[in-house]
Design a protein around this ligand. Structure first.
Ligand code: B12
Ligand code: SF4
Length: 496
């Protein structure tokens, strides 16, 4: 069968497509795990944001797919629906399969609303379910035995039982050669994504992972990870983003991986990892120098918040706590940042502001922390994604102000606090973050001089969009600039 797999073009404020265009790792792992006789094409629409409609139409004509699969996050729901309509109009015979976080956790959003967008929804982990679905389609077999699958029967959707998370033993390497578009980049360097593990045993209230796959942690062998990195490199990557949910759950294994990367000479590549502050704080003395030698340049730290009350609400206290010698508990963040900085690793600081009890002062405290400690701010607002404990909490407190899913991108405030409106929350973050980002530009220039030289003006324009000369000279109210920025974001969300 001919299969076309698409990821959505929607990106959010901290991932300007000008500088960062990353592949969606789900699509190539799906491509690598279907039966080998299928003809699979992978198209990341982030690479063609200016011409989504033309590209999808062209691929439908050129590839004549029997099956089109879409990978969708919640803030991409509206775009996904439009792409489904386009597929129905241009290639009515193709079966449409949806997967990823949003269809998995809110299947009803795709199954019930007319026009019925999807024929199938693959819920949770996709490799085996999708492969079994293709076999059933090919052989005319039944769908009701395929766990994790929802399928259309007339006007209704049948939901088969969930499929338990796999232990990863049977998952083959991604098939990167299936990609039909080019242009992945991180500040001008070709980038790719790899996985070393799946799952997490924590239960932060804002995270979708537990609802998606339960609390578990499975790893790939180190040899398999090295083969994946080599394959990414052979396909042109010079920067590797590790997409693991929580690689730090087994620090000993992570250290072994760093050493294996060094031994295999793969440390000439640059790595970007998401890390837990408690692990870095506790093991930083040996771990951070090893990471540096292995090529780690950026670490995304899930700091979430620096105030105890907020950490409690986010259920993120445990992963941000370290024990001192006397047994006393302390926030681990500053210690973790110190270890990373001492070893030349830049910190992307993930913070969540706008939690129910937040006041102007508590938000400012977090923003001040970001100003002082992080290299690149990744500040978000709590967002009620389907199925998370936080969503239930916000519902109960009646704090959800927007049900427009395209606004659920993390940097648009869609829930108010008990003291502040969405507008105020977002304004505070937006106002501070632009200047914190500006401070990182010299470091980015030093790291990627050619890219920043060529695109610095556009990067500045993106960071300060909405601004005018008048506003930069302080002659215009910042709320007017903020309103212009919001207008730009609004227009930008219409991809087709
Ligand atoms: C890595 C990651 C990123 C990377 C993305 C790198 C990349 N290009 O892939 C970065 C840091 C850039 C990122 C950014 C964002 N992310 Co993110 N990210 C993740 C993370 C940690 C892992 C995702 C991953 O790659 N897993 C590995 C792959 C193989 O698994 P998978 O994607 O789940 O795919 C499997 C199945 O879902 C399924 N599947 C997926 N697609 C399809 C399609 C078909 C057709 C089929 C059949 C099956 C299928 O099969 C796959 C294989 O088993 C998750 C989860 C987490 N713990 O936080 C969040 C997560 C996906 N991100 C999320 C969000 C919201 C975002 C942001 C909007 C904001 C933010 N929180 O940072 C931005 C938006 C990015 C953008 N486009 O602008 C949410 C999504 C929630 C939701 N309901 O939509 C998650 C779940 C985190 C959370 N808050 O809970 N993210
Ligand atoms: S530690 Fe990270 S992956 Fe695990 S539940 Fe919390 S946010 Fe999700």
């Amino acid at each position: 069968m001919r299969i076309l797999l698409l990821s959505m073009p929607d990106s959010f404020e901290h991932m300007p497509a000008l500088a960062i265009r990353m592949p969606n790792g789900a699509l190539t792992t799906l491509a690598g795990n279907v039966d080998p006789h299928h003809d699979v094409a992978v198209a990341d629409l982030i690479l063609v944001r200016e011409k989504v409609r033309q590209t999808v139409e062209r691929l439908l004509v050129e590839l004549q797919p029997d099956v089109v699969g879409l990978s969708v996050m919640t803030f991409q729901r509206k775009t996904a629906r439009k792409i489904c309509e386009l597929i129905r109009a241009k290639r009515p015979g193709a079966r449409i399969v949806l997967g990823g976080y949003d269809p998995s956790l809110a299947p009803e959003a795709y199954a019930c609303t007319p026009p019925l967008t999807a024929d199938f929804i693959v819920r949770g982990e996709g490799e085996s379910c999708f492969s079994e679905l293709l076999r059933a389609l090919e052989s005319g077999g039944a769908f009701d035995q395929i766990t994790g699958l929802s399928f259309r029967q007339g006007d209704r959707f049948v939901q088969n039982p969930n499929r338990p998370a796999s232990a990863l033993a049977d998952i083959k390497l991604p098939r990167r050669s299936a990609r039909v578009l080019t242009g992945y980049t991180m500040l001008g360097r070709p980038i790719d994504v790899i996985e070393t593990s799946r799952g997490c045993t924590y239960d932060c209230s804002f995270c979708s992972i537990i609802e998606m796959r339960g609390r578990n942690f499975y790893t790939y062998s180190i040899d398999r990870v090295l083969a994946d990195i080599q394959d990414a490199r052979d396909h042109g990557a010079r920067t590797i983003f590790i997409v693991d949910d929580n690689i730090m759950l087994n620090v000993r294994r992570f250290e072994q991986l760093c050493q294996a990367i060094i031994d295999a000479g793969l440390n000439r590549l640059e790595y970007f990892v998401q890390a837990m502050t408690s692990s870095i704080a506790k093991h930083g003395a040996t771990l951070a120098p090893l990471m540096r030698r292995a090529g780690f340049k950026y670490a995304f730290l899930g700091i979430e918040n620096i105030l105890d009350e907020d950490l409690k609400f986010l259920r993120a206290a445990a992963k941000n706590t370290r024990r001192e010698n006397g047994g006393q508990k302390r926030n681990a963040t500053v210690q973790a940042i110190e270890w990373l900085h001492r070893n030349g690793i830049w910190v992307v600081g993930g913070l969540i502001v706008g939690n129910p009890g937040d006041t102007r002062e508590s938000i400012e405290t977090n923003l001040e922390f970001a100003r002082r400690y992080v290299d690149w701010p990744y500040i978000q607002h709590p967002t009620p994604y389907p199925g998370t404990p936080m969503t239930k909490d916000f519902e109960q407190r009646d704090l959800i102000a927007s049900r427009e899913m395209e606004e659920y991108d993390g940097t648009t405030a869609v829930v108010r606090t008990e003291h502040l409106s969405c507008e105020e929350i977002e304004f505070l973050r937006w106002k501070a973050e632009r200047w914190i980002k500006l401070r990182h530009f010299p470091k980015a220039f030093w790291h990627d001089p050619r890219f920043v030289f060529g695109h610095g003006k556009d990067m500045l324009a993106h960071t300060f969009r909405g601004s005018s000369w008048k506003s930069l000279l302080g002659l215009e109210d910042e709320h007017a600039v903020f309103a212009r920025y919001k207008g730009i974001r609004e227009r930008e969300r219409k991809y087709l």
